[in-house]
Design a protein around this ligand. Structure first.
Ligand code: PLP
Length: 374
């Protein structure tokens, strides 16, 4: 196997994770690690709190965000099994399907993404010259995308499983060896991406320097990895995950399902999601409002950090709300926010009107207004 990443290497888990039941045998290094941690003076931070940011938006360029950490273990397993095609799914602007498509191509595999359309769209079967953001990158690497109608959050995982299984059967008949990757890379193998990330953060001093970690939960895979690792190491950190895509009941079910697969034999049989992660529901609905977008541009123009509108923006708004109105929810005041990426999803055209209307971002001028250019 030759690619710029080389072959999968034997993987040895940290000592504190050795007893888990699904330990990957190999790992292929795809991400740019370790990602930095630095202080972050986000607008609106309540007095008393000190906020730092873990830059998992910097895990790579076309691979950036949290998914690539999971894919290091998932692709390693796929290569070890001799798969030639990777099947996965997500929304039209899914960061996960984009990262999967790029990694697949870099490793010489085919990739097929099943994408559910936004509610207002009922049909999408060819390039429409509107491909932007993540979808643009998937197209650029020649990934196949097959669209299905919008799927409600509550039934999405199950329906997607069925679509992916049927697609896999179709490819097997044609002589392929496909591998199905769960939505968001949320399976016991992928969970190791964030178990391993916790060790990276221990090496960066989080156990001494922080009281709480806050992140976003989509499938909950990232929160599971961090929460379980924090539990296994006996750390005093409190792990919070803001549920931006589905209600916490749905996320908890998902995390419990994965937890039961990865828990070691005989390990605290009652261990469940609520013991390892504090799931936080949004105090607003999931739709993005004008004031949210104003905050998004305020954050980027004041601090240079770019959040995304699907995951991290709502997470930060909700975190600040909890700090202000529910500070006892936090174990202490030294908070680490995990930036899980999502930059390309933001580049789907949604911000065009906002940038024009906001004086701080509408700063394109012709130099002719100021000097004579010959
Ligand atoms: C997928 C994703 C998440 C959610 O991660 P899960 O592990 O699915 O909970 C958060 N932020 C960004 C930018 C993502 O792409």
């Amino acid at each position: 196997m030759s690619s710029k990443y080389g072959a999968p290497q034997p993987y040895y888990p940290p000592d504190w994770a050795k007893e888990l039941s699904v330990i990957p045998k190999t790992r292929i290094k795809l991400a740019q690690l370790p990602t930095p941690i630095h202080s972050w003076s986000v607008p609106g931070l309540p007095d008393g709190f000190q906020l730092y940011i873990k830059r998992d938006d910097l895990t790579g360029s076309t691979l950036s965000g949290n998914k690539v950490r999971k894919l290091e273990f998932i692709f390693s397993e796929a290569l070890d099994q001799g798969c030639d095609t990777v099947i996965t799914g997500g929304g039209l602007q899914s960061n996960h399907t984009r990262a999967t498509a790029v990694v697949a191509k870099e490793l010489g595999l085919s990739s097929l993404n099943i994408l559910y359309l936004p509610p207002e769209k009922t049909h999408e079967s060819s390039l429409s010259s509107k491909e932007k953001g993540n979808l643009l990158l998937s197209c650029m690497v020649g990934a196949t995308s097959e669209t299905v109608p919008f799927l409600a959050a509550e039934t999405r995982f199950k329906q997607m499983e069925e679509y992916m299984k049927a697609t896999s059967d179709r490819l097997i008949v044609k002589g392929h060896l496909p591998c199905i990757v769960e939505l968001g890379g949320a399976n016991p193998t992928g969970a190791w991406g964030y178990i391993e990330a916790f060790q990276e953060m221990i090496d960066q001093g989080i156990l001494e320097n922080f009281d709480d970690i806050v992140m976003c939960a989509g499938t909950g895979g990232t929160a599971l990895g961090i929460g379980l690792a924090s539990y296994l190491t006996g750390s005093k950190l409190k792990v919070h995950a803001v549920c931006t895509k589905a209600p916490s009941t749905v996320v908890a079910t998902n995390i419990n399902k994965e937890l039961s697969k990865i828990k070691k034999e005989g390990m605290d049989n009652h261990l469940q999601c609520s013991d390892i992660v504090d799931l936080i529901d949004l105090h607003t609905d999931t739709s993005i409002k004008k004031e949210d977008l104003d905050f998004l541009t305020q954050v980027s123009t004041k601090t240079g950090i770019i959040l995304d509108t699907t995951f991290t923006l709502k997470t930060v708004i909700c975190m600040l709300h909890e700090m202000k109105y529910n500070p006892e929810r936090f174990r202490g005041q030294r908070i680490l926010f995990m930036h899980t990426g999502g930059l390309f999803g933001l580049c789907d055209g949604q911000l065009d009107p906002v940038l024009v209307q906001t004086p701080d971002t509408n700063r394109i001028r012709s130099i002719h207004e100021f000097i004579d250019v010959v």
